[in-house]
Write a protein that binds this ligand. Structure first.
Ligand code: FAD
Length: 448
């Protein structure tokens, strides 16, 4: 045990016991059978859970002196092993740094360990709500979302993390003289989705919007084409006030066991929607034009009381599939809005029910995109990368979720800016080691 570290933060901040340390060294990388093998057994030497920002800073300063690698952990719900300490060292669990520091008109400033659901609850008191959040918002922290996520519920209207959904962040560096930086605007770029490799986030300010009365609905269609066309109309037209538009190919709903009674035979394509209460009736009429109908509604009064429709969307869809059958895994793709039906046909012709299509409509830099988290029956790494190659060949570009390397496998990341910021803020290379690949290994990993 590092004596400096123990003196810096005190006994009580350390997590005791091998099992607890092993658990806090993992995230949800097991969704990927590839990562499950590659990351097995990677464990921290120590885990601390600081209670104050001051304690966090003391730990960071001690780690710099002793050159101990540091990996920050929020809720630990990342899917790519982002929070796994590749070289041991110290995991800093920030989940006790949860203070809501300031709620203003159109913004909220919070400590980075605050969970997104708790933030939304607090801002509801002022009749405001979050713009975007992941479907894991019960467990996920805002710092973890900014540092390791991308988008989620709300992205169909407000875009993803790079689309103005962060106002500013306070970062601390890992240098001999710890610096505290407040970054905003374009300066945020090397910190967003960079896995905490360029600094430790202590505070985040995010934009918030006037609260709506959301209704959740499931619409059923006899075929995927109609479901996609309906979902495109809702996503595209500004007259529908929406927070979520997800599309599931027919057999996927068989995995949604808690909704069995509402869904029935699981032989229809589904569109899962969150829409403002004032739009509900008109939307039900609109669905008729696409030969669809609402089969289940959670009223605005029941929103977030018990299991909701959004608990089956984004990467929760994959979770429900995995609960039924461990051989499912998933991809992340951007389909082409103009070639969507053709791309779908090519995939179905080639893979049949070994690939099941699940779409999440979102805005990316203002452009509407049919993004997807397709389920893929896994047989081997080679087969998985064959599927990825095929998706890329037909123009449904992949962000590979089966690599822990930042920026590898299709992600459009500003790796040079990240490398530069890392040099400035983490000159000893202690933060989340081995997550930033060199250019050669990026080429090697994608296989695409
Ligand atoms: P962690 O997993 O704890 O950390 C994520 C990364 O950020 C790690 O690299 C960690 O080192 C770093 N980090 C954490 N806190 C800090 C900090 N304070 N300073 C610096 N670095 C830090 N993601 C989406 O984007 N959208 C979704 O809809 C979505 N749905 C999901 C559904 C399921 C069922 C699962 C398992 C995952 C899903 N994810 C989704 C992935 C993940 O849940 C989110 O990205 C989530 O926001 C991560 O938050 P976290 O607090 O758990 O972060």
């Amino acid at each position: 045990m590092s004596e400096k570290l123990r003196q810096a933060v005190g006994e009580s901040a350390f997590v005791e016991g091998e099992a607890a340390i092993a658990r806090l060294s993992k995230d949800y990388y097991w969704y990927s059978p590839v990562l499950e093998q590659e990351l097995a057994g990677k464990t921290a030497d120590y885990v601390i859970v600081p209670e104050t920002e001051e304690e966090l800073k003391q730990a960071v300063m001690a780690a710099v002196i002793e050159k101990i690698p540091v990996t920050v952990r929020g809720g630990g719900t990342g899917n790519y092993g982002q929070a796994v300490p590749m070289t041991g060292g110290l995991v800093v669990d920030v989940s006790k740094l949860t203070e809501i520091l300031e709620i203003g008109d159109g913004f909220v400033r919070v400590q980075a360990g605050a969970r997104l659901r708790e933030i939304e609850k607090a801002i509801h008191e002022t009749d405001q709500e979050l713009t975007i959040y992941p479907s894991t918002f019960v467990k996920a922290t805002v710092g973890g979302f900014v540092s390791g996520g991308s988008g989620g519920i709300g992205s169909v209207t407000w875009g993803n993390l790079w689309d103005g959904n962060i106002i500013s962040a306070k970062m601390i560096t890992m240098e001999n003289e710890l610096r505290e930086l407040t970054v905003s605007g374009p300066e945020l770029e090397p910190y967003i989705h960079s896995y905490g490799t360029t600094g430790i986030m202590t505070e985040v300010t995010i934009p918030i919007k006037p609260k709506s009365r959301w209704v959740q609905q499931i619409y059923a269609f006899d075929n995927l084409t109609d479901a996609l066309d309906f979902s495109r109309t809702v996503s595209e037209q500004g007259k529908w006030k929406k927070r979520l538009v997800s599309v599931m190919e027919a057999p996927i709903s068989a995995f949604f066991k808690p909704l069995k009674k509402q869904i029935g035979a699981a032989d229809q394509a589904l569109v899962l929607i969150e829409i403002d209460e004032s739009n509900q009736e008109r939307l039900e009429e609109e669905a008729v034009a696409y030969r669809g109908a609402a089969i289940y509604t959670v009223s605005a009064d029941q929103y977030r009381k018990g299991i909701g429709i959004s608990d089956f969307t984004w990467n929760h869809t994959t979770l429900w599939a995995l609960k039924s059958d461990k051989t499912w895994t998933y991809l992340q793709n951007f389909f082409s809005i103009d070639d969507l039906h053709h791309q779908v046909r090519q995939i179905k012709d080639r893979y049949g029910d070994d690939v099941l299509l699940h779409f999440e409509w979102l805005r990316d830099k203002g452009r509407l995109v049919p993004a997807a988290l397709p389920l893929v029956k896994f047989t081997s790494k080679e087969q998985l990368y064959d599927v990825i190659r095929f998706f890329n060949e037909i123009g449904a570009s992949t962000n590979d979720p089966h690599t822990y390397l930042l920026g590898a496998g299709g992600w459009d990341m500003q790796m040079e800016a990240i490398a530069q910021k890392k040099k400035e803020n983490d000159p000893f290379g202690l933060l989340n080691q081995e997550k930033i690949p060199d250019a050669a290994s990026i080429r090697g990993t994608t296989n695409v």
